[in-house]
Design a protein around this ligand. Structure first.
Ligand SMILES: [Zn+2]
Length: 348
């Protein structure tokens, strides 16, 4: 990878007068690969990928300042960077991807045309400046869902695609007056190998639906190892709704993976389905992930279920029949993904 990187940089080397940067490349675990090269202004460099490179934030800022044609920047495993400033001279920069830069605490971008950002790192504070061109934002961090709802409408007002992943979301999403006026595609993934805290209210996610009048697709993945929320079949049968009707004309597809009989999740789904007058396809997957019972070339492959997961999947199918099926608008197709016949027979 390092040699590829080195070759890549040489490819764009343009000798010239100007500030020169001594760039240290190397893997901590592989001192033999520690190298030094000198770079002049990189006038033709349009794409820069640094993987496991020993470079500080100041050095990278200097490199970026000399790369005026840069369109794409990807950083992964660059553990010397603590603060990164992306200078405003990068007028062409459209895409930024940052992952596993474990010491990186903050990114301050002044690049005026940045439109696509992928941040997969738990602690980064991202300041995109006037991000009027930001269309596509992916964020992977703890409580990213609540953060995104509260902060992004004001700093990224023109977002069209938003992908959020939260490992342990514990804060409910607030209802707020701010809007994602242009958001078309929203993916929310909440990951848990065990169970989500029963105090987390799935229904609070309706805040995104309420705030996004242009939404066309909504994918929600709430797969977990077990379900500890109150089931819709227990306690009160009253289902919460939004205080006011929230009619959506654009939503075509709603898919929920890891769908369970949790009351808040059923309430959320009913609320969306009732208001999405143009819905074409509703997919409720009662299995903890896509491809759980998959059929390829007439061969069925099933991942093993725990007894509790299997019983919850059956309870979920019953919840869909009792509470959701009749709410699906005419013309919309409902697909329920459930344990296959083989899983049923092997559970007996
Ligand atoms: Zn199966």
């Amino acid at each position: 990878m390092l040699l590829v990187l080195l070759a890549f940089l040489k490819l764009f080397y343009v000798p010239g007068v100007g500030s020169r940067l001594l760039l240290h490349l190397g893997l901590k675990s592989s001192p033999l690969y520690y190298m030094k090269i000198e770079l002049g202004p990189l006038r033709s460099l349009t794409s820069l990928r640094l993987q496991s490179v020993r470079i500080t934030g100041d050095e990278l800022e200097c490199l970026l300042s000399n790369s005026l044609a840069l369109e794409q920047l990807k950083l992964s495993g660059c553990k010397e960077i603590i603060f990164l400033k992306i200078p405003c001279v990068l007028q062409q920069l459209k895409s930024l991807r940052v992952l596993t830069c474990s010491r990186l605490q903050a990114i301050e971008s002044e690049a005026p045309n940045l439109s696509r950002v992928y941040l997969c790192e738990g602690k980064i504070k991202f300041s995109p400046g006037e991000a009027l061109h930001m269309k596509d934002f992916t964020l992977w961090r703890v409580n990213s869902i609540c953060y995104a709802r509260a902060e992004l409408p004001s700093i990224m007002p023109n977002l069209e695609r938003l992908v959020l992943t939260s490992c342990d979301e514990v804060v409910n999403t607030p209802m707020l007056p701010s809007k994602f006026l242009y958001l078309k595609h929203l993916t929310i993934t909440m990951v848990s190998g065990g169970a989500f805290s029963p105090s987390y209210d799935y229904f609070s996610l309706v805040s995104f639906f309420d705030a996004s009048p242009s939404l066309e697709t909504l994918l929600l993945n709430v797969s977990s190892g077990r379900m500890e929320h109150e089931s819709v079949f227990g306690g009160t049968s009253h289902l919460r709704q939004l205080p006011e009707q929230c009619r959506h004309d654009c939503l075509k597809r709603l898919e929920i993976i890891g769908f369970s009989s949790a009351k808040g999740l059923v309430e959320l789904t009913c609320c969306i389905v009732k208001n999405a007058v143009s819905l074409e396809h509703l997919v409720l997957n009662t299995l903890p992930g896509r491809g759980w019972c998959s059929k390829v070339d007439n061969r069925i492959t099933c991942r093993p279920f725990s007894k509790t997961l299997f019983e919850e999947a059956l309870r979920t199918v019953a919840a869909i029949t009792s509470y959701i099926q009749d709410e699906v608008p005419p013309g919309a197709k409902l697909t329920v993904v459930e344990p296959c016949e083989r899983c049923h027979s092997s559970s007996r």
